[in-house]
Design a protein around this ligand. Structure first.
Ligand code: AMP
Length: 448
């Protein structure tokens, strides 16, 4: 079915054509006509399915056909700033031939410019819940004109504890409005919320939760925790990877790994909630343009990131919640493409892998761990005080054949993190494939 049959006004159809979209994705095919018809929609779809256009296009259409005022007539709530920025950017692109004023507000940046901009008038407001409530509390935004309300990534909102904030926001909205709710997963809480929020919704379940997962080449390597970073550095170099999104469980872990990869000569940045908004935006932009090779992210920061044709995702640590694995690997194999997701599984993570396989209803093949070098930075002396000693064998993991890196050849100090962008490293190619020849780099002891 071509886009022209979805009933979009010419201004939107033109913008869609300019984006290069030829046919609607399944969710767009089903949701767009339902939203245009004024129905509430409950959609089970994760990032990568084209869900943003599925709600943005028909909402823009409704806005274009009704008189504008100063207050927003459509509100999209998202769990993270990155997702809010992306949704707003998409809405601006799709709405470029309409007069729709799209505005985005999120926390972590100064509130005053947002207050000023809202005063100028806004039709479609994209917001994270906390900042929206702050603005409403200061009477900087009036939500009584909202006729279209979108809850994006509702499951993540609940995971992040936004339920009370969502309730508060709902109190500020008028009774008569259209509600659209998107969620990648369905828990009892999501069902409850849907029952309370939606009136006789059209339910659209495009991709069963694991459809994306099926297109991803998934692999697990068993590796002791303290050797993971060496294996990762090896995979990046040996595979000549140019773009890899790496997930860690904690912000601290993301920072540390980014430093370690940078020290191993891989251009790396970390994004997580403690980074300034500017630092996150910059890191993402540099990752997209190929200036950095590895982006190390926590679950929450990476949520909803739209990176076209991302070839590699690495689970440096397995997530505690199996559904998060599906979200994570969904960052690759977007819009019908294929991708590769690699999990580094330490002995104490074996149970987590089993849980994931239960949710996926398939096994994640465990591949023989390639031979990799333990670089000198891990040696007890003169490395950092917390460094673990290098090991050359690991009886519990016979597949892991390890060699320590050559001692001094090519040894050089890594530059420490100079700003909140995190550590950087120029891409260093190993001189050959013989393991050990590229090792020997270590952290500077002046590293903070
Ligand atoms: P989303 O699921 O909204 O994050 O969208 C995932 C990606 O698919 C984005 O990069 C969109 O630009 C792209 N996309 C959305 N709709 C289409 C379409 N109909 N055809 C091709 N690409 C699309």
């Amino acid at each position: 079915m071509p886009f022209t049959e979805l009933g979009l006004v010419p201004e939107l159809a033109r913008a869609v054509a300019e984006q290069g979209y030829e046919t609607p994705t399944p969710i767009q095919m089903r949701a767009i006509p339902a939203v245009i018809a004024g129905r509430d929609v409950l959609a089970g779809a994760q990032t990568g399915t084209g869900k943003t256009a599925a709600f943005v296009l028909p909402v823009l259409q409704a806005l274009a056909q009704a008189p504008a005022g100063r207050a927003p007539r459509a509100l999209v709530l998202t769990p993270t700033r990155e997702l809010a920025a992306q949704v707003a950017e998409s809405a601006r692109q799709y709405g470029r031939h309409t007069k729709t004023r799209v505005f985005v507000v999120f926390g972590g940046v100064s509130i005053n410019p947002q207050i000023d901009s809202l005063r100028d008038g806004c039709d479609l407001l994209v917001a994270t819940p906390g900042r929206l409530l702050d603005l409403a509390g200061q009477r900087a935004v009036d939500l009584r004109e909202v006729r279209h309300f979108v809850l994006d990534e509702a499951d993540r909102m609940l995971d992040m504890g936004f339920m009370p904030a969502i309730r508060q926001v709902l109190k500020l909205l008028p009774q008569r409005r259209q509600n659209l709710m998107f969620s990648a997963t369905y828990s009892d809480d999501i069902r409850d919320l849907a029952t309370r929020l939606l009136r006789d919704p059209v339910t659209v379940e495009v991709a069963p939760r694991n459809a994306t997962a099926d297109r991803v080449d998934q692999r697990a390597y068993r590796v002791p925790k303290e050797h993971k970073r060496h294996l990762l550095a090896h995979l990046v170099r040996a595979g000549d990877w140019h773009q890899v999104l790496v997930f860690t469980r904690t912000k601290h872990g993301a920072n540390r790994l980014a430093q370690q990869l940078a020290a191993a000569g891989i251009a790396t940045a970390a994004i997580h909630g403690n980074k300034s908004q500017n630092a996150r935006v910059r890191a993402l932009a540099e990752f997209k343009t190929g200036k950095i090779t590895a982006l190390v992210a926590t679950e929450v920061a990476a949520r909803g990131l739209d990176i076209k044709e991302l070839p590699f995702v690495v689970n440096y640590e397995l997530p505690n919640v199996p559904e998060d694995y599906v979200h994570r690997i969904g960052r690759t194999a977007r819009a019908g493409g294929t991708g590769c997701a690699i999990s580094l599984v330490a002995p104490d993570e074996a149970g987590l892998l089993k849980d994931i396989e239960r949710v996926l209803r398939r096994s994640v093949p465990v591949a023989a761990t390639p031979e990799f070098a333990i670089t000198a930075e891990q040696r007890p002396s003169p490395g950092p005080p917390h460094a673990a000693p290098a090991r050359i064998s690991h009886p519990k993991h016979p597949a892991t054949r390890l060699k320590t890196a050559g001692s001094d050849s090519g040894r050089r100090e890594a530059s420490g993190p100079g700003n909140d962008r995190g550590p950087r490293g120029g891409r260093q190619r190993p001189s050959g494939r013989s393991f050990g020849s590229h090792g020997g780099r270590r952290f500077s002891s002046s590293r903070s």
